[in-house]
Design a protein around this ligand. Sequence first.
Ligand SMILES: *Cc1c(COP(=O)(O)O)cnc(C)c1O
Length: 389
Amino acid sequence: MSHFETEAIRINASKSNQREHSAPLYLTSSFTFDSAEEARAMFAEEIQGNIYSRYANPNSSELIEKVCAAEGTESGIATASGMAAMFGSMASLLQQGDHVLASRSLFGSTHQLLTRVFPKWGISSTYGDISDIHNWEKLVQPNTKMLFIETPSNPGLEIIDLEWVGKFAVAHNLILVVDNCFATPYLQQPAKWGAHIVTHSATKYIDGQGRVLGGLILGRKDLINEVQFFTRHTGPSISPFNAWILAKSMETLAVRMDRHCENALHVAEYFQESKDLDFVKYPFLESHPQFSLAKKQMKHGGGIITLTLKGGLSRAQKFIDELQMISVTANLGDSRSIITHPASTTHSKLSEEERAKVGISDGLIRLSVGLEHREDIIKDVERALEKSR
Ligand SMILES: *Cc1c(COP(=O)(O)O)cnc(C)c1O
C-alpha cells in the first residue's frame, strides 16, 4: 500500500477475531489482562496493548494509524475536540517561562488560548504577521520554544511558506506546530516540510458531515510520547464512537476533498465575475496574493472561500438572511454548504483591534463550499446577492 486513498481505506488496526469486514465499534472503558503479570508488564510499557480507553482504544488507534499514514507522521494521539488537540500539543511541550511565536491569523479559540489562558501559567506569546514573515527573526526571544502556525488561515486564507518556516524552525531550534485543519492531509502534509507536530480539528473535513467532534496531534515519536504523557493523565480522550466515525470518514476523505475543491473553485470563479463584491479570496484563484505558493504546497485550493460584499455589515447580514439552501452555522468542512460571519461569531471574542489586524472586517463572509451540485450552490448565492442589493 502506498497511495493515500488505499491506505485510508485498507488500514484496519481495529480488526477483531470475528472476521468482520467493516471496523467494529469498541464501546468499552477498559480491557482485560490474561494474568497479573501481563497487567504489570503492560502498565510498565514492556509490552504493548490496550489497557484503558483514556489511554488508547482500538477505534482511536485505527483513526491515528490512518491519519499518520496520510500525514507521513510517525505517531499520534486522538482527542475529544480540535481545541483539546491545540491545547494538548502546547500545554504538554511548554513550561512556565517559555514563549510561543505564532502566526497572527489563527482560529479564534487558539488565539484565546495564547492570549488569555497560557499567560496564567507564565507562558507568553507573540504574534507575527504573515505579510511580514521574513522579519520574524526579530520576534524570536531567547526563551522562544515553539512556532505555532495555521495555513491556510481561518478565515483569512493567508498562506504560509511551509518550506521557509520549516527551515526557520530548525535555525532557531523551535518546535514547529502546524494546524492543518483547513487543508487536510489530502491537500497538504506539513511534516514533509519540517513540521514537528501537526494538529487537526477532525470535526471539520475529516468527519466531513458535521456529526462529531474530534482532534488529532501527530508528529515525531519522541515529541508525541511527551504529549501522550500529558493527555493520558489529563484525559482529553476521544470517545470510541467518535473515533469510529472519523476512521470511517478517512476512507472517503480523498473523494470528498476532490469535490469540495472542484466546487469551491467554480463558486470562487463565479464570485470573481460579480459586481457585488469588493473581493473574493481563494487559494487557487490567480488573484490570491499567494497563488503560486498555494500551488507549490497544496494539491488543490481547499473548500473555503472568503468574500467581502460591497455594502459592509448590513449587506453581509442581508445576504446571509436571503440564502435559502446554504446553512448559517459556525461549522465548516461539511457536505452541506455553510456560511459564517466571523466578526460576529467565531472571532467575536477578539477585540475589534485584534480582528482588524487579522483582516476580519465587519463585511467579511466565510463560505464553506459543500458537496451539493455546484449549480445549486451558485443559484442560491445568486438569488441572495440579487435580493440583498
Ligand atoms: C474548528 C477549528 C479548530 C477547533 O476545533 P474543534 O473541533 O471545534 O474544537 C481549530 N483550528 C481550526 C483551524 C479550526 O477550524
